[in-house]
Design a binder for this molecule. Structure first.
Ligand code: NOJ
Length: 513
């Protein structure tokens, strides 16, 4: 009954805006074709696949320390110590990427593998060689490396100085970025500085579960937020000033964009505030015309802080100089998207939601799952494809005609499941929404599946699988096998369409291609 009411209202809200698009969707779906030049890829991150946690002099990261600590050693009994062993098995990863015909492979560099002390006083030759070989072999296979500098792996030495809450991180990250560019920018032309600031800041400090396991939801998420913006800008400017002329590449930051919808028409304003609070805090300083924090978030944080008795906003201000330093520091808009949430005000006595991206403590709001959504293995990620198109349109409406790169999208399954029809369905429906958004005028140039192979899903360990390729974690060689979704993706790439001849998957399964 209640669900029906919400669905009805939800439809009413969207009817006008989306009627044109919905009709368009019907016409368009018969084509479902990607334009020439559209790039397809898959992604992983260093801690989640590499293993070799202390191999050849690698320094410890905050994740090594966390999973080696007595308090956490029992967690599924799982760590990233070996993971998919890509430190040794990386040629298998390149082979998987090549077998599917990927245009690019997005992977991340482990800061402490290259710089065991976190600083540039010690550079690990083995660490440098590892990524160098990977890049060379990818290029030889015709696959473009897309490199993330930071995917949650802070050296412990820097955490011990306060990590992302200490402004020192800005220069330290810059120093690390410069070193990595100097090693690989001759061969890598697409760079992502930082992956998912909202996870590094909000998820980490609001819950205190993610490394470094510090729970401090009052100031830490916002200090961290500001430093993520400045550190990204620093790395961007270093590339711009010292490498761009020679190497001509592109740099951006990958933000996690949860799409937020109102539960009822009364919640439209709250939904927009929710988007600004979660997406805008990490995008507005870079991509907006005015720079700085989103004005509505700034206002909210000022009011909340005043109510709580603070003399200043808990959201630290940017100086004019900082604002200018951050503004415009991206050559494209890189986004990770998985799911949609509905938002409504918290009722009297109801605890505001603290789910996934959060910020809702300040918003005094509760996030609900979209009615009628289905699920993969993670119930925090309802499947709701239409949200993706709306999100992409929102990005364009907010930040203009920017080039958009989908740097992650994917679905979790569990158990051994080579016939992953649910993932095939998810990827098809989400890619369809990308095509529809492109038809609406959003300039999407690339799409990335998370993940190339099964990997260590942080606190969900190895039970949660995102891979196009299954990894046998019982096998010392960590053998990889393509799932149905890998064949499907390969066929989409080959035919550049979501609908391709049935025989394509069959031929791949039979080893005939
Ligand atoms: C986003 C993160 O970048 C990645 O580390 C994680 O595994 C996936 N989402 C799936 O949760």
């Amino acid at each position: 009954m209640r669900l029906q009411r919400i669905v009805g209202e939800d439809r009413a809200i969207r009817t006008n805006i989306y009627l044109r698009n919905a009709l368009l969707g019907t016409a368009w779906s018969s084509r479902l074709e990607f334009p020439p030049g559209f790039q397809f890829g898959a992604a992983t991150s260093s801690y989640q696949i590499e293993g070799g946690w202390d191999a050849d002099g690698k320094g410890p990261s905050i994740w090594d320390r966390l999973f080696h600590s007595a308090a956490n050693s029992g967690y599924f009994n799982q760590t990233g110590d070996v993971a998919a062993d890509s430190y040794h098995q990386w040629r298998q990863d390149v082979k998987a990427a090549a077998d599917m015909g990927l245009d690019f492979y997005r992977f991340s560099i482990s800061w402490p593998r290259i710089l065991p002390t976190g600083r540039t006083n010690v550079v690990s030759p083995a660490g440098v060689r590892y990524y160098s070989q990977l890049i060379d072999v990818l290029l030889a296979a015709g696959i473009k490396p897309v490199v993330t500098l930071y995917h949650f792996e802070l050296p412990v030495t820097i955490q011990d100085l306060g990590g992302w809450t200490n402004p020192l991180i800005v220069d330290l990250f810059g120093e690390y970025a410069r070193l990595v560019y100097s090693l690989y920018a001759d061969r890598v032309d697409t760079w992502i500085t930082i992956n998912e600031g909202i996870v590094i800041c909000d998820l980490t400090y609001n819950f205190g579960q993610f490394a470094p396991q510090i729970k401090e939801p009052t100031f830490a998420p916002f200090l961290c937020n500001k430093h993520v913006m400045l550190a990204h800008a620093k790395a961007y400017r270093i590339y711009d000033e010292e490498f761009r002329a020679k190497c001509g590449g592109k740099v951006s930051i990958a933000n996690n964009l949860l799409w937020v919808e109102p539960v009822t028409p009364d919640d439209l304003e709250l939904a927009e505030l929710g988007r600004q609070h979660s997406i805008g805090r990490f995008s507005h300083p870079i991509f907006s015309k005015e720079g700085g924090w989103p004005p509505t978030t700034e206002k909210l944080m000022r009011a909340v802080s005043r109510r709580e008795g603070y003399s200043q906003s808990r959201l630290p201000a940017f100086t004019d100089e900082e604002k200018k330093f951050v503004q415009g520091t991206a050559d494209f808009f890189s986004l990770n998207h998985y799911t949609t949430s509905m938002i409504r005000p918290a009722r009297a006595g109801e605890a505001p939601g603290t789910w996934f991206i959060n910020g809702s403590a300040e918003l005094n709001a509760v996030l609900e799952h979209p009615p009628g959504s289905t699920y993969g293995a993670l119930d925090i990620m309802p499947i709701y494809p239409p949200g993706f198109r709306r999100l992409l349109n929102w990005v364009r409406q907010q930040y203009g005609d920017v080039e958009v790169f989908v740097s992650e999208n994917g679905l979790a399954t569990s158990g051994t499941n080579l016939e992953d029809h649910i993932r095939v369905d998810y990827l098809t429906r989400y890619m369809e929404q990308v095509l529809l958004a492109m038809e609406d005028g959003v300039r999407v140039t690339g799409y990335t599946v998370w993940s190339l192979i099964d990997n260590f899903e942080w606190f969900d360990g190895y039970n949660t699988k995102f891979g196009l390729y299954e990894v046998d974690f019982e096998d010392p060689a960590r053998s990889r096998r393509p799932r149905l979704s890998a064949h499907h993706y390969a066929c989409v790439i080959k035919h550049r369409r979501l609908k391709y001849p049935e025989s394509c998957v069959q031929e791949r399964r039979n080893g005939r291609r």
